[in-house]
Design a protein around this ligand. Structure first.
Ligand code: HEC
Length: 188
């Protein structure tokens, strides 16, 4: 299922009378705008803190920081906004960030869209409870490679050992700039 098709299905799903549906078109636009705002704010908070740690002490300091602080930082924003915020990935580092089957579907659709050179846009879906759920892609940029790039190239052997000591089942290396790293999943 490609993204365009998904969006049509979503839209039809949202305006017809199943679970989600009491949402008007205006409400959908509002939720998407809010989702974008929340995920941009979360990204800024995470990357700002991460870069500060990197400057101070490199990966040796930044990795344990992410290990302890990544989820509490996004939870802070979640609390302020009365939502739940997750970053999930098929190739997760922290098992907590393993995607649900619905999230996996969204990831697969983004992957196909990316392979076809399409623009990736946020998606609004409804949960079984009828509440709206927002998704947006997370892409790799050059700053991510020191911890998510290729081991022995951008990720040094020392960094890899540190990562493996905290995450023995790590799946989150081997990425290149522009790759889909995962998605934001925001539950309203
Ligand atoms: C200093 C090392 C470091 C850098 C740089 C870094 N990350 Fe990570 N990343 C981590 C660690 C450690 C975790 C696991 C966090 C946790 O335990 O909650 C993680 C987790 C994630 C996750 C959650 C999914 C998962 O695999 O658990 C995403 C998404 C992610 N990183 C994306 C990025 C992106 C995008 C960039 C660049 C903008 C980036 N990271 C830069 C170390 C890093």
């Amino acid at each position: 299922m490609n993204l365009k098709y998904l969006l049509v299905v979503l839209f039809v799903g949202l305006v017809s009378c199943n679970t989600a549906t009491k949402l008007s078109k205006e409400a959908q636009i509002e939720y998407i705008a809010k989702g974008k705002e929340i995920t941009q704010k979360s990204f800024k908070l995470l990357s700002g803190n991460l870069m500060k740690q990197m400057k101070q002490g490199g990966p040796v300091q930044a990795i344990p920081f992410c290990n302890v602080k990544a989820i509490p930082l996004t939870d802070e924003i979640a609390k302020q906004e009365y939502v739940s915020i997750k970053r999930v990935s098929k190739r997760f580092r922290n098992e907590i960030n393993k995607p649900s089957s619905i999230e996996l579907g969204v990831i697969e659709d983004y992957k196909v869209a990316l392979e076809n050179g399409e623009m990736l846009s946020p998606v609004l879906l409804s949960q079984p409870t009828g509440k709206p759920q927002f998704y947006a892609p997370i892409l790799i940029n050059s700053k991510c490679l020191v911890c998510h790039g290729t081991v022995g190239v951008e990720v040094s052997k020392a960094t890899d050992s540190l990562i493996k000591s905290l995450y023995p089942k790590d799946l989150a290396t081997g990425y290149k700039v522009g790759d889909l790293r995962g998605i934001w999943s925001v539950q309203f």
